[in-house]
Write a protein that binds this ligand. Structure first.
Ligand code: AMP
Length: 214
């Protein structure tokens, strides 16, 4: 695994130093996409969550896409990344230095980018992605969802945002967004910024078709 440390300090146990520039999003080059998956660092209470995560990883690898994720080997994050790697995807983890002990890095990832903090991790993930896929997760996953939807709302990017509504996990989030719109705190057009789907298969179809429109 290659390690890249964006803090300017020496890279830990680097076996390969990556080029200094982020890769540009792969939009327009071919059908291979860089997909950023946000999801829980916990497995959740129902096995359906981990099953969906593994299925998503498999589909990403089978389609020849690249995975960008939070870098940890734990929870749903680890499930997606291990399956994607086993299915042949290039897997890039992005992890803040202070989390390396709490969320141990996935050893099989092709590359691990170490950032100084959570904010820079999110910024790197946003910059590298062609599209975002959200699986169920905790408060960190919600923070990441609100980061991508609020930046889309401000037209900072036009990248597809897809949420996989496993076991209707996102029902309360949908209700919150509807409430925000109904009370006049967001325009109704925000509904067009994200897409809820039921399965990883539908998520893969959604990112491809939305990508064409972007
Ligand atoms: P969680 O959904 O809480 O299990 O966290 C999912 C991922 O989000 C983990 O890698 C967390 O480290 C990360 N995370 C937690 N809080 C934040 C935050 N405020 N900003 C960015 N990422 C976060």
């Amino acid at each position: 695994m290659a390690h890249r440390n964006t803090s300017g300090r020496s890279a830990p146990s680097a076996s390969h130093i990556s080029p200094p520039n982020d890769r540009a999003p792969s939009h327009g080059e071919n059908s291979s996409l860089t997909l950023c998956v946000f999801c829980g660092s916990s497995p959740g209470t129902h096995p359906a969550y981990a099953e969906a995560a593994r299925q998503l990883g498999k589909l990403i690898g089978a389609a020849g896409h690249r995975l960008v994720f939070g870098g940890g080997a734990v929870g749903l994050m680890g499930e997606v990344a291990r399956e994607a790697r086993d299915a042949g995807a290039e897997v890039i983890g992005i992890l803040p230095a202070f989390l390396r002990h709490l969320e141990p890095p996935l050893k099989s990832a092709e590359e691990l980018i170490i950032t100084p903090d959570l904010q820079q991790r999110k910024a790197r993930m946003l910059a590298m992605a062609d599209a975002f896929i959200h699986l169920p997760g905790g408060l960190g996953t919600m923070d990441e969802y609100f980061e991508v939807i609020t930046t889309a709302q401000l037209s900072v990017h036009r990248k597809p945002i897809v949420l996989i509504d496993v076991k209707q996990y996102f029902k309360p989030l949908k209700a919150l967004i509807d409430h925000i719109v109904a009370q006049g705190f967001a325009r109704p057009e925000v509904a067009a910024l994200h897409t809820f789907v039921a399965t990883p298969e539908e998520a893969m179809r959604a990112v491809s078709s939305l990508q064409v429109r972007a």
